[in-house]
Design a binder for this molecule. Structure first.
Ligand code: TRP
Length: 342
């Protein structure tokens, strides 16, 4: 890592509390968050301020609060260890909003104009999108840089936002003549096989916004629902392949093998070899059993945690206090550099 000597390694990542989490969130993000805790200190945020940039999060206070608790519970149930990592919700630590304002003045309109996610999310009527949706990436940069985080586990879709965070860090360092003040945070792109596709269409990502609940496995699904969804998953008529090459051009089969390999923590080639020559039905039964074994304990732990919302709220408040203690001095230094009396 280019900035390794100057900045202590620190991980920051976050998820929006906009809806129930699914297998894609688990295999694509949470599972890796849990792993990386052994390598460096980690900060995992529930980004509730990002959640109000779109209608799904805006105007439903009770739902937002509950979704925030659920996402925090999912982090912990998936294995985020509160002894190693900080877990809190973004709105509780004012440094995020304060630094985001300063970054709004560092970032250029031209940079934000290039963000493809804004174009997708704002759709045909960009003039009706919230200003917050447009400046979302500067808040994300503030999330990361308020802690001088060096490593950011993100999916492919967030890479462009992370590049913008680097551009903001670089420009701030240049403009205020503090060459090494902010690190240039590196993406930790999660390995192959963690891009989970819809169970109904191997060309589409598994998504919380898909109309069909059969397209995704929710982290809170019970054993019957998980097994049903896997048995009904779309496949093709060809027999199971005997090598990874045989998965080419068969997106649904490939997705199921990716899911199996990721859940089992085994190389995909080994999984393909194990089932070579068998029927889809047998493979699906094995996958259903594996998915039930791996996912239902997470759902049970989430339910246990959510049964005591007071406890989750205490965890989040404690995490926020400790996060604030890290971000506070960074923000104070930024204010001094900018020239704010504070
Ligand atoms: N934008 C991210 C997403 O939608 C969530 C996010 C907000 C985030 N702040 C972050 C991710 C900081 C990593 C680091 O997935």
């Amino acid at each position: 890592m280019s900035d390794a000597p100057k900045h202590k390694h620190l991980v920051f990542s976050g998820m929006q509390p906009t809806n129930t989490l699914h297998l894609g969130n688990y295999l694509g993000a949470l599972k890796n968050w849990v792993k990386i805790q052994n390598d460096m200190p980690c900060i995992y945020c529930v980004v509730d301020m990002h959640a109000i940039t779109q209608d799904v999060g805006y105007g439903r206070p009770a739902e937002l609060a509950q979704a925030t608790r659920e996402v925090a519970a999912a982090y912990i149930a998936a294995g985020v260890d509160l002894k190693k990592s900080l877990v809190f919700n973004q709105a509780r630590v004012p440094a995020h909003a304060e630094l985001a304002w300063i970054f709004n003045c560092v970032a250029r309109l031209g940079w934000l104009d290039r963000m493809t996610q804004f174009k997708e999310k704002s759709g045909k009527h960009k003039e009706r999108a919230s200003v917050g949706l447009y400046t979302y990436p500067t808040l994300m940069a503030a999330d990361i840089l308020a802690y001088k985080a060096t490593h950011v586990p993100v999916g492919e879709d967030q890479k462009q936002h992370l590049e913008l965070s680097r551009d903001i860090a670089q420009k701030f360092n240049n403009d205020f003549s503090v060459p090494d003040f902010f690190p240039l945070p590196e993406p930790v792109i999660t390995g192959p096989g963690t891009r989970v596709m819809s169970l109904r269409d191997g060309a589409k990502k598994m998504s919380k916004s898909d109309d069909s609940d059969y397209s995704r496995i929710n982290l809170t699904d019970d054993a019957d629902a998980i097994a049903q969804k896997i048995r009904k998953a779309k496949t093709d008529p060809a027999p199971l392949p005997d090598s990874e090459k045989g998965l080419e051009g068969r997106p649904e089969a490939e997705n199921l093998f990716n899911i199996y390999a990721a859940l089992a923590d085994e190389p995909r080639a080994r999984v393909v070899a194990q089932f070579a020559g068998q029927q889809f039905s047998g493979f699906k039964n094995a996958l259903a059993e594996l998915a039930v074994a791996k996912l239902t304990p997470i759902a049970a732990e989430m339910r246990r945690l959510l049964a005591d919302p007071g406890e989750i709220d205490r965890v989040l408040a404690d995490g926020a206090m400790r996060a604030g203690a890290i971000a506070g001095p960074v923000l104070a230094e930024v204010k001094r550099l900018v020239g704010f009396l504070h």
